[in-house]
Ligand binder design. Structure first.
Ligand code: NDP
Length: 802
């Protein structure tokens, strides 16, 4: 029977298997917007502010204005911070169980309103309803459920820790409600109150969330939402009443925030950009790979910080894979985000579309081959087709710069070693996908890639139980899981009285010279040098600093290290990175051996400390004994600081590995010249890092005496390098050095500020403090806090099953 093409029968459709449109209704979302007269103020202290000077919110798929939102001023931010501060004591004092109930109620409410939230998100952001309905919103609910659990367990699982205070949170537009959940859920679970700024392009789901918070009866002021632009974000960052900043967005703004918070004592976590590799080995299942690529780079139109935007393919299969990809790209469907049958929706805003166009043009101009499917994009709204580049040089702009759009660049490699080298050839370090049928190869490669998340034969998997976050210019800190909760708590005030201290420092008196002469002979001269690459090295500048005791007695001389010495030390620390691959058992043995050698010379070190600091022999001896014990502590930890296997809702596992950060610069406390140094160097070394240590500036001679112990303890050359001299100046050089991956600093507030400012060059992790830590006290001086600071958590996702 002939059929009428205008009204096809089921049989006709079955033959062609063509998609028809499957539009989701926007009626409820429009009604919700109507209820608010399409105008929104801020949500502060449990109430809506009256809408003020506003900006347009545009549906990027239709280019129509769907709402107007108030542009937050400094006064609005002040009001929000005041509300959060006022709400803090009561919220913090609630029982963990009570906070858990609130988080649970929020999770339930998100589920109850899930369709409204999904539609609203699609209209506001342009992402497909398939994604908002099946990925974003379910993950939002999952985050609140998971963190209801952490709220419940807070006082047992984070014993000794407490809320940080008022948290400022700034989120981007690519996953508006999901990013809000990633920020708000752990903050509330930790007992903090907060002020959050949604992205200017996508504030609407946050406004709906304010209603949810209201509906569940969260105490006023616990959650405050202030709309606005970058300046509003900057006002939150700069506000003195804010104790922590959590930011997700571009590396450029992350750098501005790092500098703005330097020296303020505000805790900071940054989740920034990426240029993540998607590595395909020649034994991979290519059909799965093709679907993986679709999820890696065309998910959310490629506007994903961890998008697999660099496809690295083993040479022998490159042609076959590219051909398959092109076929698949021809079949991708792009169109109205509210059509349930589309794969790709709209780009968030014209400015982003323009940026994608410019970068693609640059790729073409630089000589790469560009390919797009033959079908045309809708002409209204912000749409950009999936795009594939081949013949790309690893150094070209499109291989290096985050495009933040549906653009995939392809490069080839020959060997697994080469794949790792190309994968790591980026300043970023957010995520990676590894595709191979060989689990041995996958698990060999995963730890070698500098990225916070590695997906094996999968991509873009997220869950509240597994931490997410990067290395290097992708930022620091984790969101999700136990590792993410640490970002929202701080060490509590100590309840127990401090351990009794040995005798107080006596009044100043003349100290004995460390190497006293015997039998009427003049003492043998001891000229300490620097300790670089396992050898004692003369300082480059050939200057020496006179060291005197507090009462002015001369106790010796110490070399004056300079910029060049620091550079040599960094080079030595890099050359020693094999230390990170040594077994925990091996590292433990060496730490115990160092302790053993120190114990053998305890008297000598006691005398040295006493002469330098005039603290009295009892306290000096206590410092040496505590140093030996501290080395034992980290010898003990070296093979016990285990990772975790997270319980994620897939058929598979997420393995959270504690990885060494790499090269760590350490500027030590002035007090406790030996113990202060070892309390920092030992955890760094126990976890596989290599170090450049700047000892106490006033009392450096315990460190220079320590060379002899290091030389006799089998520690590989370059694992601990020691440069004495002007602490702040040397520490700043380390903080500026792009090959130093983290910087710890203990000293003055100004020094700490200089370190944090300088660290923005490569966004290295910093740990600065100007508090008075009692290193003799085990609670303050050792433990997991130090091990966490010395490691990055890498989550490796390994799905299983056929
Ligand atoms: P931004 O980093 O500029 O914006 C992220 C958030 O920070 C927004 O809420 C923004 O406000 C706010 N903000 C901007 N400037 C400041 C400031 N000085 N102080 C405090 N907060 C500030 O990203 P864009 O939206 O401009 O996107 C630009 C590029 O960033 C993209 O092309 C993409 O490459 C990258 N990006 C990366 C993301 C990621 O997850 N890694 C997410 C989003 C973007 P406002 O909305 O008004 O700009």
């Amino acid at each position: 029977m002939a059929t009428n093409p205008a009204s096809p029968t089921v049989a006709d459709i079955f033959k062609t298997m063509d998609y028809g449109p499957a539009p989701e209704s926007d009626k409820e979302a429009l009604a919700w917007l109507g209820k608010h007269h399409q105008k929104f103020g801020h949500y502060i202290g449990g109430a809506w502010t009256k809408p003020g000077k506003a900006f347009d919110v545009i549906n990027p798929a239709t280019a129509k204005v769907i709402a107007r939102v108030t542009d937050g001023t400094k006064a609005d931010v002040d009001a929000a911070v005041a509300a959060a501060s006022k709400a803090l004591p009561a919220w913090k004092a609630l029982s963990p169980h009570a906070r858990a109930r609130y988080l649970y109620a929020i999770a339930r409410a998100v589920q109850k309103h899930s369709r409204l939230l999904a539609v609203l998100e699609s209209m506001d952001n342009g992402k497909s309803i398939r994604e908002t309905r099946d990925i974003d919103i379910p993950l939002v609910a999952r985050h609140f459920y998971h963190h209801a659990g952490w709220a419940q367990l807070l006082d047992t699982e984070f014993a000794g820790y407490e809320a940080i205070g008022v948290v400022g949170q700034i989120i981007p537009w690519n996953f508006p409600l999901l990013m809000l959940a990633w920020k708000i859920a752990p903050a509330l679970a930790g007992g903090n109150t907060l002020v959050l700024k949604p992205a200017e392009f996508t504030p609407l789901s946050a406004m709906a969330f304010a209603e949810i918070v209201h509906e569940v009866g969260l105490p006023p002021g616990v959650v405050n939402l202030v709309n606005g632009h970058g300046e509003t974000g900057a006002a939150i960052v700069d506000h003195p009443g804010v104790d922590k900043i959590a930011f997700t967005g571009s590396t450029e703004v992350g750098r501005i925030i790092r500098k703005a918070t330097a020296g303020s004592g505000k805790k900071l976590s940054l989740e920034l950009g990426g240029k993540s590799p998607f590595i395909v080995y020649d034994d991979a299942d290519l059909d799965s790979v093709v679907e993986g690529v679709v999820d890696a780079i065309w998910f959310n139109q490629g506007q994903v910080c961890c998008a697999g935007s660099r496809l690295l393919v083993q040479e022998g299969i490159a042609e076959r894979l590219v051909a398959k990809l092109r076929l698949r790209m021809e079949k991708l469907r792009l169109g109205s985000p509210l059509d349930k049958a589309v794969d790709m929706g709209a780009i968030v805003a014209p400015v982003q579309l323009e940026r994608i166009r410019e970068l693609v043009q640059q790729g073409v101009d630089e000589g790469a081959t560009m390919w797009q499917p033959s079908w045309a994009c809708p002409t209204e709204g912000c749409f950009y087709p999936p795009t594939l580049f081949t013949d790309v040089q690893p150094s070209s702009t499109i291989a290096q710069v985050e495009i933040f759009g549906p653009v995939l660049v392809t490069m080839t490699f020959r060997t697994p070693e080469e794949s790792v080298a190309i994968a790591n050839n980026t300043p970023y370090g957010l995520a990676a996908s590894v595709w191979t049928e060989s689990i041995n190869l996958a698990l060999d490669i995963a730890p070698k890639i500098k990225a916070g998340v590695v997906w094996v034969n999968s991509t873009n998997l997220f869950d509240a139980a597994a931490g997410f976050g990067g290395y290097r210019e992708s930022g620091f800190g984790r969101e999700g899981g136990r590792e993410g909760m640490w970002e929202y708590v701080k060490r509590g005030e100590r309840r127990a009285p401090k351990v009794a201290q040995p005798a107080k420092r006596p009044a100043a008196r003349k100290a004995p010279r460390a190497a006293s002469a015997g039998g009427g002979l003049p003492p043998v001269d001891r000229t300490p040098k620097l300790f670089i690459a396992g050898k004692q090295a003369r300082p480059d500048g050939a200057y020496t600093r006179r060291i005197v005791s507090p009462s002015g007695a001369p106790v010796g001389e110490a070399p004056e290290g300079n910029r060049k010495d620091i550079r040599n030390a960094v080079e030595a620390a890099h050359a020693a990175k094999g230390w990170g691959r040594a077994t925990g058992h091996n590292r433990a043995q060496i730490l115990y051996y160092i302790a053993e050698n120190l114990a053998a010379r305890a008297d000598e070190f006691t005398a040295r400390i006493e002469s330098m600091t005039e603290c009295g022999s009892e306290l000096a001896r206590a410092e040496v004994d505590a140093s030996i014990a501290r080395l034992f502590t980290y010898g003990a930890w070296a093979d016990k600081y285990d990772g975790a296997v997270h319980s994620v809702p897939i058929r598979g596992v997420a393995i959270a590995m504690n990885e060494p950060i790499g090269v760590i610069g350490i500027a030590c406390d002035e007090r406790y010249p030996l113990l202060g140094m070892l309390s920092l160097a030992a955890p760094a070394v126990a976890t596989g890092n290599t170090t450049i240590v700047i000892p106490s500036q006033r009392h450096p001679l315990a460190a220079t005496d320590f060379y002899a112990i290091l030389e006799t303890s089998d520690l590989p050359a370059g694992v601990i390098n020691i440069v004495t001299g002007d602490k702040d100046a040397l520490a700043k050089v380390l903080a500026e050095h792009d090959d130093v991956e983290a910087m710890w600093y203990r000293g003055g507030r100004e020094g700490a500020k200089a370190i944090e400012l300088a660290s923005a060059s490569n966004m290295k992790r910093t740990w600065t403090a100007w508090d008075d830590r009692d290193w003799l006290d085990r609670d303050e001086g050792e433990g997991r806090e130090f091990l966490r600071a010395a490691t990055n958590v890498k989550n490796i996702w390994v799905p299983y099953g056929e």
